[in-house]
Ligand binder design. Sequence first.
Ligand code: SF4
Length: 404
Amino acid sequence: MSKQISAELQDALDRAADGGRIEYEEALELYRHAPLHSLGTAADAARRKRYSGVYGENGEIATYIIERNINYTNACVTACKFCAFYAAPKSDKVWSRPLEDILRRCAETVALGGTQIMFQGGHHPDYGVEYYEENFRAIKAEFPQLVIHSLGASEVQHMAKVSGVTIEEAITRLKESGLDSFAGAGAELLPARPRTAIAPLKESGERWLEIMETAHGLGLESTSTMLMGTGETNAERIEHLRMIRDVQDRTGGFRAFIPYTYQPENNHLKGRTQATMFEYLRLIAVARLYLHNVAHIQGSWLTVGKEAGQLSLHYGADDLGSVMLEENVVSSAGAKHRSNRMELIHLIRAAGRVPAQRSTTYNLITVHDDPANDPVDDHVMSHIASTAIEGGTAHPELKLVDVR
Ligand code: SF4
């Protein structure tokens, strides 16, 4: 192993690679000082140890999911500085999707073999719990096979306020109306300084975690996310992981951790800072090593590119996210990568892993262990809608894009 790190740090690396627990200071030191290759080797070992005999004999399977993000409105009172999607509620750029439009998108998702939808939108000033209940009940009535993996603590806080109910009541009613799990959106950066800098009107990071903890206690699991690259420090990145790990110690309700990178176009931050691919890979690796209590680490291709996505599978990630049949939020901020199911399968296989389609709960649906049996349906592609919604975006300079 490398001679460039201290014996103490090597010990932390070895302990984490073996599935053991490391502390915040060790994780930060590893993030800052461990050679990239050593980090990747240790994170890959930790992944293999966890998944050998579970995802293939030697943990060789890497997963993906087919899902659709459905954006129900761009109206938002929260005005996050990194966001290129929202419009002020009184703006003439505001739109909301009618229920029949949402149901049509669900039907297309089912037709293309999608198993999950992510209901995603702004904090509309009038949308309380009732709005989500109506939509989720209608979706489940027509498409009981679709998993609704959506929303996060920020939306819960907002809708509870609009409806004048407690967080517990809001979560319970969402669950009863069909929400299967929370997507964990809105985590952004949890530590106070960077969160206030980019999302001053959002609830605090502590409050975000408190609401997710309440959801876990009420039987709704979630994923967790992190937005990298808006000017946060190394220490703040690892602090974000620590805050998630502490809650996970108590609840076990975070199924996955999903970091993604800030996109620089059409938002108030104007791309003054951005995370590099190396920072992203280091974060993926340290997340695998430090978040020993979170089962799944998701690599991304949407914001960091396909090659970085492939590399993430060698830095601790066990999942490459989704064929996003529709995505409008980070695309509006400049994420230009597109893919499809056949390409995702190829990317995973070319990275030396066995691709498999998974469910929301990470059960394997189809293992693509024989290329001769690969699917050939080229309609299962990302972004079948648009990078900007026709006739109604906060950013008219964005044009409708159809990649078919
Ligand atoms: S990130 Fe979400 S909460 Fe923030 S402005 Fe955009 S839509 Fe609103």
